[in-house]
Write a protein that binds this ligand. Structure first.
Ligand SMILES: Nc1nc2c(ncn2[C@@H]2O[C@H](COP(=O)(O)OP(=O)(O)OP(=O)(O)O)[C@@H](O)[C@H]2O)c(=O)[nH]1
Ligand SMILES: [Mg+2]
Length: 454
C-alpha cells in the first residue's frame, strides 16, 4: 500500500506557498550593510544582472517595494538611489537609526489553477556598532568590567585608555558621592572608544556609545566599566560603582534587549557582512580585533541551541551566510584567495567555539562594482590591478592592491605585506529602473538567501 503511494507522481509541481522571509543583515560599522541593501533592492527591481539567480530559480519574478509600515522608520531606498544617480555620486552616510523596508517578489505560477507565489523579504538596516552590545547580555556588571578593563590594559590599547584609567584610580569609587562626576567619567570612556574606532579597532563596547542615535545625551548611558576591589556588599548604594552598575543593568534591559526583541527576534536568515579589505589594509592588530568581534557575534548572536539569544528570545537560526564585501578592490584572479581567507577565519572560529554543527556559508561580493580589472607592467613585471576613480579625484587611476596570503594566520605576511586600497568613489547608477548597477556576485548572495524558500 505505502509502496504504491510512493510511486504516484503528480503531473504538476505544487507551488511553494507564499511567505515572508526576514533577513537580518548584520556587520560591524562601515562593513557595507546600507550599500548592500540599496544594491539588493536595485538588482531585484531591475533584474537585468542576476544571471546566476535566474538560472538557478528557473522561475520569472517581478519585484516591487511595498509601502512603509507605519511602525518603523523607512529604509529610504529612493533618496539613496538619488545620491547614487547624481553625476558626482556619493556613498550613503553612516546609519544612525534602525530602518526597515519590505520587498515583494511575485513568482508567476506555471499553472492557471494555482495562484502566483508571493514572497515578501523584510530588510532591516541599523548602525553596525549596536551589534557588539549583544554579548553584554551574558555578563553582569562586575564580569563585564573585568573583561573590558583587562583588554584596556593590553599594550596595543592602553595608550588610548590612559586618561580614563588614571581618572578611575583617582576616584573613591565605593564611597557615597553625588552624581556630578558621572558624566565626566563617561565622557573620558567615550573618548577612549572613539580613539579605538579611529585607529581601526572594531571591538568597542558598548557600541551604542559611539552611535547613540535617539539616546544621545540620555543619562542612562552614563556608565563605564569599573573595577571592584572590595566585597560587593561594602559598596555604598550612592557611590559611583553602585550608580554605574544600576545604569548598566538598565541599559541591558531598556536598550540592548529592546533592539533584539523589536528588530531581530523574528528574523530567519542571517547574513553577516565582513570588511576584509579594511582588515588587510590596517594590519595584524586590526585583524585580531576583527577576529575578536566576530567571536563575540558568533558566540552570542548567531546560533547554537544553547546560544543565549535562543535562550533569551527563542530565536533559532540554522543558516548563516558570511560575506566579505567590497570584492571590487581585489582583482578577479585573487577572488578565490579572498574567499579562502574568510573561509579559514570562520572555520577556525567555529572550531574554537565548538559550533561546527551550524550550517554556515561563505561568499564574497561587491554590491557596487567601482573598478575594472586591468593588467599593468611595473619594472618589467605584469601586475594584476584594479582601475577606478579614487575619492577626491576626477579621473580613473590604476592600483595594484597587493598579493593576498594563502593563510590568514601567517604572521610574517601581516608584518611584511603592504596593501594599497584607496577609497574608490561609487560609479553612477543607471538612470532608469530597468537597469541595475554593475556588481560582483550579488546574484549568488541573493540566491543563497532565497534558495530554500521559493
Ligand atoms: N568599492 C566599494 N566600496 C563599498 C562597497 N560597499 C560599501 N563600500 C564602502 O564602504 C563604506 C561603508 O558602506 P555602508 O554600506 O555605509 O556601511 P554600513 O555597514 O552601513 O556602515 P554603518 O551604517 O556605519 O554601520 C562606503 O561608504 C564605501 O566606501 C562596494 O560594494 N564597493
Ligand atoms: Mg549603514
Amino acid at each position: 500500500m505505502f509502496n504504491f503511494i510512493k510511486k504516484i507522481e503528480l503531473p504538476f509541481k505544487i507551488p511553494t506557498p507564499s511567505k515572508k522571509i526576514r533577513v537580518a543583515v548584520t556587520g560591524l560599522s562601515r562593513s557595507g550593510k546600507t550599500v548592500f541593501l540599496t544594491s539588493l533592492i536595485n538588482q531585484l527591481l531591475a533584474n537585468d544582472k542576476l544571471h546566476y539567480l535566474n538560472e538557478k530559480l528557473q522561475r520569472p519574478f517581478v519585484a516591487k517595494l511595498l509601502p512603509p509600515d507605519s511602525h518603523y522608520a523607512r529604509f529610504d531606498y529612493f533618496s539613496k538611489l538619488r545620491e547614487f544617480r547624481k553625476k558626482n555620486p556619493t556613498w550613503p552616510k553612516a546609519t544612525k537609526q534602525v530602518s526597515k523596508t519590505t520587498l515583494q517578489l511575485e513568482f508567476k505560477s506555471d499553472y492557471a489553477f494555482f495562484d502566483n507565489q508571493i514572497i515578501e523579504i523584510e530588510l532591516i538596516d541599523y548602525p553596525g556598532e549596536w551589534l557588539l552590545d549583544l554579548s553584554m547580555l551574558e555578563l553582569d556588571f562586575e564580569s563585564w568590567s573585568k573583561e573590558i578593563m583587562t583588554m584596556a590594559k593590553e599594550p596595543k590599547r592602553v595608550k588610548y585608555a590612559h586618561e580614563w584609567l588614571i581618572m578611575i584610580e583617582d576616584l573613591a569609587l565605593y564611597e557615597a558621592s553625588d552624581a556630578s562626576g558621572d558624566e565626566a567619567l563617561f565622557d573620558l570612556y567615550c573618548e577612549y572608544l572613539k580613539d579605538l574606532h579611529y585607529n581601526h579597532f572594531s571591538f568597542v563596547q558598548p557600541g551604542r556609545f559611539l552611535e547613540p542615535g535617539d539616546m544621545d545625551g540620555d543619562p542612562l548611558l552614563h556608565f563605564c566599566p569599573l573595577p571592584l576591589h572590595i566585597p560587593r556588599e561594602e559598596v555604598d548604594p550612592n557611590s559611583f560603582y553602585a550608580r554605574f552598575e544600576k545604569r548598566y543593568n538598565g541599559y541591558l534591559e531598556a536598550v540592548v534587549k529592546r533592539l533584539y526583541v523589536e528588530h531581530f527576534k523574528y528574523f530567519d536568515t542571517q547574513i553577516v557582512l565582513v570588511d576584509l579589505v579594511k582588515t588587510l589594509q590596517y594590519g595584524y592588530n586590526s585583524f585580531l580585533d576583527m577576529h575578536l568581534s566576530f567571536k563575540h557575534i558568533l558566540k552570542s548572536f548567531t546560533y547554537g541551541h544553547n546560544s543565549f539569544v535562543s535562550k533569551w528570545f527563542g530565536v533559532k537560526i540554522d543558516h548563516v551566510i558570511f560575506a566579505a564585501t567590497k570584492a571590487d578592490y581585489i582583482p578577479p584572479p585573487q577572488h578565490n584567495s579572498y574567499k579562502h581567507l574568510l573561509e579559514e577565519m570562520i572555520g577556525d572560529l567555529k572550531n574554537e567555539l565548538n559550533v561546527q554543527h551550524t550550517d554556515t556559508e561563505v561568499t564574497i561580493f561587491a554590491a557596487v562594482k567601482c573598478t575594472e580589472y586591468v593588467k599593468a607592467l611595473y619594472q618589467g613585471e605584469e601586475l594584476e590591478c584594479v582601475r577606478g576613480i579614487v575619492e577626491g579625484e576626477e579621473k580613473p587611476s590604476t592600483h595594484f592592491p597587493g598579493k593576498l596570503p594563502q593563510h590568514y594566520s601567517d604572521e610574517t605576511f601581516w608584518k611584511d605585506s603592504k596593501f594599497d586600497f584607496p577609497p574608490f568613489k561609487p560609479i553612477v547608477f543607471p538612470a532608469r529602473d530597468v537597469e541595475a548597477v554593475p556588481h560582483i556576485r550579488m546574484d549568488r548572495v541573493i540566491y543563497s538567501i532565497l534558495k530554500d524558500r521559493v
